[in-house]
Design a protein. Structure first.
Length: 134
């Protein structure tokens, strides 16, 4: 299956990418802002189709995604998840970017959509975040 993956250089995304490539059943295109800083996946990024771009500028990469013809989108990217940005209001920009990505998936003919995250879905929180956080 051809899969378009966002967030491949993050903690969750790097493990997802590693697993998908290990099966040998998938062709993967990854969206990366800065491939040179993607240290978690540097050993196997060459096994993917690299699409350099940003969630905030999806119009600039749509032709490349259309040319790749993914059957599935796996969306694991979220801007502003570390340190001082964890509670920043700018995190709300991720919502329209994710919706635009869903629309792109539809336009490019993808039949599957998976989206998940690791903490930002909980919203602003001053304490440790876990599954019991309200």
């Amino acid at each position: 299956m051809r899969i378009f993956l966002t967030g491949a250089s993050g903690f969750v995304g790097s493990f997802c990418l590693r697993h998908l490539l290990s099966t040998g059943d998938h062709e993967i295109a990854v969206l990366l802002r800065s491939p040179e800083t993607a240290w978690r996946i540097k050993d196997f990024i060459s096994d993917t189709t690299l699409i350099q771009g940003d969630l905030g500028k999806l119009d600039e990469i749509e032709t490349q995604v259309q040319d790749f013809k993914p059957a599935a989108f796996v969306h694991l990217a979220w801007n502003g998840v570390s340190g001082k940005d964890r509670n920043a209001l700018t995190q709300w920009r991720n919502v329209p970017a994710s919706l635009e990505l869903v629309e792109m998936a539809s336009r490019t003919g993808a039949n599957h959509w998976i989206g998940l995250g690791s903490q930002a879905e909980y919203g602003p929180c001053q304490n440790k975040i876990d599954e019991k956080t309200n």
